[in-house]
Ligand binder design. Structure first.
Ligand SMILES: Cc1cc2nc3c(=O)[nH]c(=O)nc-3n(C[C@H](O)[C@H](O)[C@H](O)COP(=O)(O)OP(=O)(O)OC[C@H]3O[C@@H](n4cnc5c(N)ncnc54)[C@H](O)[C@@H]3O)c2cc1C
Length: 585
C-alpha cells in the first residue's frame, strides 16, 4: 500500500503542469528523487517478476511434456517462484554459508524440487531447451554456495534434490543404494537399523548431502582403515547432459572414474550411488583430550605430526584448534589456544590404551577419558552437532540448526610443521574473532590407494590435511572483507610449510580464491590454477578428457567446473600447431 501511495504521489508530481516538462535527474529534490527511483525499482521488479513467472510457466510446461507430473498443485509444492511465500525458506533450507544468502547475491529465477528421477531428466532437457542455466543442490554444504548461487550466469534455476532421499540397505550383499538428496547421517542411521556391525567410511558432519559429498571424495573418521566414501562406491546412476539415465555399465569406466572425486556438477547429476558397506566392531571407543598453550599444546602438536600417519589403522585422531577465553581454559590468565584431540578407535578401550602407550604416550588419555559405544553413537559424538548423549535418531533430523558466515581454505602437509611456525599460527589466531582449524590425519589405507585410482589424489606422503576457517555472525561487507582477508593472510603465511608444486587443496573445500571460470567460457590453462591443486596434473588431464567426451557442449558448468578442450580439426591446422585449448561451451 505504501509503495502504491508513493508511486501515485510520484506520478502526480511528475505530471504537475507547474513544473518544467523536462527535468534532469540532478534537479530533483532529494525526496522527489527518492520517489522517482522507487517508482523505477518497483516497475523493474514487477517486470522481472513477470519475466520469471513466464520462464517458470514455460519450464513447467516443458517438464510436464518430458515427465510425469501427477502432483497437484504444482506451485508451492515442487515449483517455487520468487513471489511464493515459501521461496526464501526453500532456498535457505539447506544452504550452509550465510555469505551466499545475502540480499546482494544473485537468486535463482525459480526452484524445482523433483519427486522422481524422471523429473531430474526433464529438468536437464528443459534447462537446455529454454536456455536457462541449472544449479543442482543435494545437501547445500558447498563452501562457496555453488549449488544455489551462480555468480557468472543469470538467469539460473535451482534444482534441489531434497525430496530424493531414499536409502535401500542390502546387508546380505554389503551394499546400499542411496539417493543423492539423502544426508550422510541418514545413510549411517539406515545402515545401523539393519546391522550394528556395518558402516560406511564418509563425512564426519552428518548433514552433508551424499550427492555433492561423495563426488568430491568424502573423508571421515574411518578413512585410515577403509579410505574415502568415493573409494567405496560400486555403481551409480546419473543423468547426463542429454537427459539420459546411465548406470556404471552404460556410462563406462572413464565417466564412472570421474564422478568419484572429480567434484560436483561437472559431469552429470548423480541420482543414486551404490555404496560398499564396511565392517565395524560392535564396540568402538572415542575420546577427546584437550591441551592449551599453557599445557604444552605446541610441543604435543609437533609430536602428533610425527606419529599420526603411522598409527594403528584402527585409530583416527584429529585435532580441532581454536582460541578459548581464559575462563574456558581454566589454567590460563588470558585468551589462549586450545587443541582438542578427538579420536575414534575401532576396538575397545583396553586395546586403544595399549596402542596409545606404544605410539603416542605424550597425549596420555586415561581409561576415564575413553568412552566405549556403538559405531552409530560414535558418529553422533564425533559430529559435535548434537547435545551429548543424543540418541542415534537425531541423524534423521537432516538439517543443520546453526549457520554462520564463513570463509575456508585447505592444505595438505607432507613434513611436520616446525614449532616456531605453529607459534606464528597461534599469534594470528589470537588476533581473529572466531578462527578454527581442523587437522585430519592421513596414512593407513589412504596411502595405499594409488593417486590415480579415483580423481582424489592426496594419498601417499600426506601426513595430514588442514582446513582453515574464519566464521562471523553479521553480513556486513566490512566484516566479510576483514575475515576473508585474515584467512587469506594465514594461507599465505602457511605457504612454505605445506605441499608444493602443486600446493594441494581439497575439492570438497571449494575455494574460489584459487581461480574461476569465466561466464560460460572455460579455459584449460585458466582451470589449471585450481585443477592441479584439487586433482594433480595427471588426474586433472584425465578429467578434462572425460569432460570433453561426455559433455562437449559444457552443459554442466559452474565457477570451478572441469573445462572442455576443443581441438581445431586436423586438416585445417598446421602440423606444428598445438591444440586449441579454449572452448566456448
Ligand atoms: C559443516 C561442514 C562439514 C563438512 N565436513 C566434511 C567431512 O567431514 N568430510 C568431507 O569430506 N567433507 C566435509 N565437508 C565438505 C563437503 O563434503 C562438501 O561441501 C560437499 O560438496 C557437500 O555436499 P552437499 O551435497 O552437502 O553440498 P551441495 O552444496 O548440495 O553440493 C556441492 C557441490 O556438488 C554439486 N552437487 C550437488 N548435488 C549433486 C548431484 N546430485 N550431482 C552432481 N553434483 C551435485 C553442487 O552443484 C555443488 O557444486 C563439510 C562441509 C561443511 C559445510
Amino acid at each position: 500500500k505504501e509503495s502504491i501511495h508513493l508511486i501515485n504521489q510520484t506520478l502526480k508530481r511528475l505530471k504537475n503542469p507547474k513544473k518544467p516538462k523536462t527535468m534532469k535527474l540532478c534537479e530533483l529534490s532529494p525526496s522527489y528523487l527518492k520517489l522517482a527511483i522507487l517508482l523505477f525499482l518497483v516497475l523493474l521488479q514487477s517486470n522481472s517478476w513477470a519475466d520469471s513467472a513466464s520462464t517458470l510457466e514455460n519450464f513447467i510446461q516443458c517438464v510436464s511434456l518430458n515427465s510425469d507430473l501427477s502432483v497437484l498443485p504444482l506451485s508451492d509444492t515442487i515449483f517455487f517462484s520468487p513471489n511464493s511465500s515459501l521461496f526464501t525458506s526453500v532456498l535457505q533450507s539447506s544452504a550452509q554459508n550465510l555469505r551466499y544468502l545475502a540480499p546482494s547475491v544473485p537468486k535463482p529465477a525459480f526452484i524445482f524440487t523433483p519427486l522422481q528421477d524422471s523429473h531430474v531428466q526433464a529438468a536437464v532437457i528443459c534447462s537446455k531447451q529454454l536456455k536457462i542455466h541449472l544449479r543442482v543442490r543435494s545437501g547445500g554444504h558447498d563452501y562457496e554456495g555453488l549449488s544455489y548461487v551462480s555468480q557468472i550466469e543469470t538467469p539460473f534455476f535451482l534444482l534441489d534434490l531434497a525430496n530424493l532421499r531414499s536409502v535401500n540397505v542390502d546387508i546380505k550383499n554389503n551394499a546400499a543404494w542411496i539417493q543423492a538428496g539423502a544426508t550422510i547421517g541418514e545413510v549411517y542411521y539406515r545402515i545401523y537399523q539393519k546391522s550394528k556391525v556395518h558402516g560406511y567410511p564418509a563425512g564426519l558432519c552428518t548433514t552433508l548431502g551424499v550427492g555433492g559429498h561423495i563426488t568430491g571424495g568424502a573423508y571421515g573418521s574411518m578413512m585410515r582403515k577403509y579410505g574415502l566414501g568415493a573409494d567405496n562406491v560400486d555403481d551409480a546412476k546419473i543423468v547426463d547432459a542429454n537427459g539420459r539415465i546411465l548406470d556404471r555399465a552404460a556410462m563406462g569406466e572413464d565417466l564412472f572414474w570421474a564422478i568419484r572425486g572429480g567434484g560436483g556438477a561437472s559431469f552429470g547429476i548423480i541420482l543414486w550411488w551404490k555404496i560398499k558397506l564396511v565392517p565395524v566392531p560392535a564396540t568402538v571407543t572415542v575420546f577427546t583430550v584437550s591441551r592449551t598453550l599453557e599445557q604444552g599444546a605446541t610441543k604435543l602438536l609437533y609430536k602428533w605430526q610425527q606419529v599420526v600417519d603411522k598409527l594403528d589403522e584402527d585409530l583416527f585422531i584429529r585435532v580441532l584448534i581454536q582460541p578459548v577465553s581464559a575462563t574456558a581454559a581454566k589454567n590460563a590468565t588470558k585468551r589462549t589456544i586450545s587443541t582438542s584431540y578427538q579420536a575414534l578407535f575401532l576396538g575397545d578401550s583396553n586395546r586403544l590404551l595399549q596402542v596409545m602407550r606404544k605410539s603416542f604416550p605424550e597425549l596420555g588419555p586415561t581409561k576415564k577419558d575413553c568412552i566405549e559405544m556403538s559405531w552409530i553413537d560414535s558418529v553422533v559424538y564425533i559430529s559435535g552437532s548434537y547435545p551429548s548423549g543424543s540418541p542415534a535418531e537425531v541423524l534423521l533430523q537432516g538439517k543443520t540448526t546453526s549457520k554462520v558466515y564463513f570463509k575456508a581454505k585447505s592444505d595438505f602437509v607432507t613434513y611436520p610443521i616446525p614449532e616456531m611456525t605453529l607459534e606464528g599460527i597461534w599469534n594470528r589466531f589470537l588476533e581473529e574473532d572466531n578462527p578454527f582449524t581442523i587437522w585430519t590425519p592421513y596414512g593407513g589405507m589412504m596411502s595405499r590407494i594409488p593417486e590415480s585410482a579415483i580423481p582424489f589424489p592426496h594419498r601417499k606422503g600426506t601426513i595430514f590435511m588442514i582446513q582453515y576457517l574464519s566464521a562471523w555472525f553479521d553480513g556486513d561487507l566490512k566484516s566479510t572483507v576483514k575475515h576473508v582477508k585474515w584467512t587469506q593472510r594465514l594461507y599465505d603465511y602457511m605457504g612454505p610449510y605445506v605441499s608444493r608444486f602443486p600446493r594441494e587443496a581439497y575439492v570438497n573445500y571449494r575455494d574460489l580464491d584459487l581461480g574461476v571460470n569465466k561466464k560460460n567460457n572455460t579455459s584449460f590453462i585458466q582451470a589449471l590454477s585450481w585443477g592441479n591443486r584439487y586433482f594433480k596434473s595427471s588426474n586433472f588431464n584425465r578429467l578434462v578428457r572425460v569432460k570433453t567426451k561426455v559433455d562437449p557442449g559444457n552443459f554442466f558448468r559452474h565457477e570451478q567446473s572441469i573445462p572442455t578442450l576443443s581441438y581445431t580439426p586436423v586438416q585445417s591446422r598446421k602440423r606444428s600447431e598445438g591444440p586449441n585449448e579454449t572452448m566456448k561451451g
